[in-house]
Design a protein around this ligand. Structure first.
Ligand SMILES: NC(=O)c1ccc[n+]([C@@H]2O[C@H](COP(=O)([O-])OP(=O)(O)OC[C@H]3O[C@@H](n4cnc5c(N)ncnc54)[C@H](O)[C@@H]3O)[C@@H](O)[C@H]2O)c1
Length: 274
């Protein structure tokens, strides 16, 4: 399990880590904020947003990886890192304030930070594990949206994409807390779409199938047979790449999706139709 393919969708000189923008770059001059930005899906989303012209603010707990990713994306002209803990509303508020202070506004947010563990049956789930999953995967999205909506209303609109999961609409044994949190992400997405469409803010979710990221590598290492079992659940015959999710995120974030709000876009190799 590697991060190969992460930057497959980047235009420009990958060797030099630079990003080539053209006058036609659809997200030119947009300010984008990505949480969980140094992980598999977040890094690919940040790269695709930068490729399409956005100035990207990378938010994550991992400052070392954040610094490396800024360099890979071509430095401060394209990307900035802020250390953020999405389970702490003060940390999120401070980061979004900092984005507005540095760049003047916020146009795009990808709320993507998340954790997943090898769980237990629901009744055996340790309370600390439940608390951590809900705090990161559900409350973290709420804290992020709360701050982003204030900034986007001030800017006259914006686009928010939340990372859900196929487990936003289906359950999987031994993943009860994660399933509950990801179902909640769809509820938050719909509620915000309803309340803020009139302010020019679109809010959507992307629902990835199983994607080749460090999160899945960890599950594969701790749950025997996990990878074979989940791969067989994808009619397309394989798990996905982070770049494939990033393209869905960029589309939802862009003006190409101008009539799309409150939606959940399945990018899952057919997992949910099987
Ligand atoms: N990989 C998959 O198969 C898959 C499938 C469906 C949904 N998702 C979701 O996609 C998102 C990204 O997952 P990934 O597979 O890229 O995982 P990953 O582990 O590679 O990345 C997750 C990132 O979130 C960061 N993070 C964790 N807790 C944080 C916190 N409190 N504050 C700030 N950052 C924090 C981590 O440092 C990491 O960089 C998650 O929400 C996950 O639930 C993943």
């Amino acid at each position: 399990m590697t991060r190969r393919g992460l930057y497959d969708n980047l235009a420009g000189d990958e060797q030099g880590g630079s990003v080539t923008r053209t006058p036609a770059s659809p997200l030119r001059d947009r300010i984008a904020f990505v949480t969980g930005a140094t992980g598999g899906i977040g890094a690919a989303s940040a790269a695709a947003l930068a490729r399409d012209g956005a100035q990207v603010v990378l938010a994550d707990l991992d400052a070392d990886a954040g610094g490396r990713l800024v360099e890979q994306l071509g430095g401060a002209a394209h990307a900035t890192f802020l250390r953020v803990d999405v389970t702490d509303p003060a940390s999120v508020d401070g980061a979004v304030d900092e984005v507005v202070r540095r760049f003047g506004r916020l146009d795009i947010a990808h709320n993507n930070a998340g954790v997943q563990f090898a769980e237990t049956l629901l009744a055996d789930t340790p309370l600390e594990q439940w608390d951590r999953i809900i705090a990161t995967n559900l409350s973290g999205v709420f804290y992020s949206m709360r701050a982003e909506i204030v900034a986007m209303r001030a800017a006259g609109g914006g686009s928010i994409v939340n990372t859900g999961s196929v487990l936003s609409v289906r359950a999987m044994k031994l993943h009860g807390a994660y399933t509950a949190a990801k179902h909640g992400v769809i509820g938050l997405t719909k509620a915000a779409a309803l309340e803020y469409s009139a302010d020019g803010i679109r809010v959507n979710a992307v629902l990835p199938g199983v994607i080749d990221t460090p999160m899945v590598a960890h599950l594969a290492a701790t749950l025997p047979g996990y990878l074979e079992e989940v791969t067989s659940g994808h009619p397309i015959g394989r798990i996905g790449t982070p770049a494939e999710i990033a393209e869905a995120v960029v589309w939802l974030a862009s003006d190409a999706a101008s009539f799309v709000t409150g939606a959940s876009l399945e990018a899952d190799g057919g997992f949910l139709v099987a």
